[in-house]
Design a protein around this ligand. Structure first.
Ligand code: PMP
Length: 396
């Protein structure tokens, strides 16, 4: 626990980690969104302030500089997951990235999802007219790839799974999922929202076809995310939104389009946010994803051990969950727990976590969820346990 007493990053670097009264805030909701380090805030401030101009159009130096910074950010974000910049589309977030594939992928057939998916990896497929099949989970909350193997048919053109579950913290064997998808001629999309902030991710090693994630969970700004896709797949996909910047030649009756990734980025992009996204990749990469994973795994182990010692607590998800611990206390609704913990300056998430089908499968309406980040430490876990003990006393 020597190592646990210290966070990986300097907590003083994160202005969001104090309450409005200046007290330490035990923020255990990083899976929902992460607090931002000063370096990211500074990058955003400079981009929207002294360096601000539009990109890709200006003839003046400021705009050329902004264009360079914006495209540097694309390179950084792509490199962060082992991809090439020409394969990296900026989106509003993981949600928009998944919607993009669901709408623009030309071969809309059957898609295999899993029981643990976030609503953003369910609803877009329904709206875009895919036929949805659902892979079950193993008893410890992993996507059951043996079941997936048995279910996949030549009618499946897409498999779309969470790389790490936002509720259970279970980590998918992405390479095996890719092999299974490819064996029937389907493509694999990984929803990497929860994986990218807490595991080293390499799309080449995973052998996936699309990878979706959001900046705000990776210590970056809201309003921006990314879709990585294989060049030949993006190149074969038609645009899904029209406007400026995505075109080649426009006429009233015929328009030709820019190549990917610009083809999928209609309108003035989120320039400031993209630059902040790049800064967040720099910041996180400098700490190192291996170190982050080990750090969060220690905090998870400590939390699961403390909760597991309570005979009125049910733990969900696998023992080696990545950065996320979901649980229920007998007789205490997660919302009541969350409200009392808030009085102790401990922030957890309570609810269905945008995974109503998973809650239905587990037969529960909600869970309490503690999730960690690079600034989390042993004191956060201790504060959570103190708050739980107090809540139990209140509920008698
Ligand atoms: N997938 C998973 C696994 C998530 O945790 C989230 C965010 N909770 C999303 C998708 C959606 O991300 P966003 O809201 O940033 O688009």
């Amino acid at each position: 626990s020597e190592t646990l007493s210290r966070p990986l990053a300097d907590r003083a670097d994160f202005p969001g980690l104090v309450t409005s009264d200046g007290a330490p805030w035990h923020y255990l909701d990083s899976a929902a969104t992460a607090q931002k380090p000063q370096k990211v805030i500074d990058a955003l401030t400079n981009a929207v302030g002294r360096d601000f101009a539009t990109v890709h159009r200006g003839v003046y130096a400021r705009s050329a500089n902004m264009t360079r910074a914006f495209e540097d950010a694309r390179r950084k974000v792509a490199a962060f997951i082992g991809g090439a910049e020409a394969e990296l589309v900026f989106t509003r977030g993981a949600t928009e990235a998944i919607n993009l594939v669901a709408y623009a992928y030309p071969d809309k057939g059957r898609v295999l999802l899993s029981e643990l998916e976030h609503h953003s990896n369910i609803v877009p497929w329904q709206l875009a007219g895919w036929q949805v099949d659902v892979c079950p989970l193993t008893s410890d909350g992993q996507i059951d790839l043996d079941a997936a193997e048995a279910m996949l048919t030549r009618e499946h053109t897409m498999v779309s799974f969470a790389h790490v579950s936002n509720v259970l913290g279970s980590t998918l064997d992405g390479k095996r999922a890719a092999d299974l998808a490819h064996s029937v001629g389907a493509k694999l999309l990984l929803d990497g929202c929860q994986a990218v902030p807490r595991l080293p991710v390499d799309v080449a090693a995973l052998d996936c076809d699309f990878y979706a994630f959001s900046a705000h969970k990776l210590y970056g700004p809201t309003g921006i995310g990314a879709l990585w896709g294989r060049a030949e797949l993006l190149g074969a996909m038609p645009p899904w939104q029209g406007g400026g910047a995505m075109i080649d030649q426009v006429g009233f009756h015929r328009t030709t389009y820019a190549p990917a990734p610009q083809r999928f980025e209609a309108g003035t992009p989120a320039i400031v946010e993209a630059i902040g996204f790049g800064a967040a990749c720099d910041y996180t990469a400098a700490i190192g994803l291996e170190a982050i994973h080990a750090h969060e795994s220690r905090l998870v182990a400590q939390t699961r051990e403390a909760l597991g010692a309570m005979n009125d607590v049910t733990l969900y998800g696998p023992a080696d969950s990545a950065g996320i611990v979901s649980f229920l206390i007998d007789g205490i609704h997660p919302h009541d727990l969350g409200t009392i913990l808030d009085e102790e300056n401990v922030a957890i998430r309570a609810g269905h976590h945008c995974a109503q089908p998973l809650m239905a499968k587990l037969g529960i309406p909600a869970t309490a969820r503690a999730s960690f980040g690079i600034y989390s430490d042993e004191e956060d876990v201790a504060a959570l346990m103190r708050g739980i003990e107090r809540t139990k006393r209140i509920f008698g």
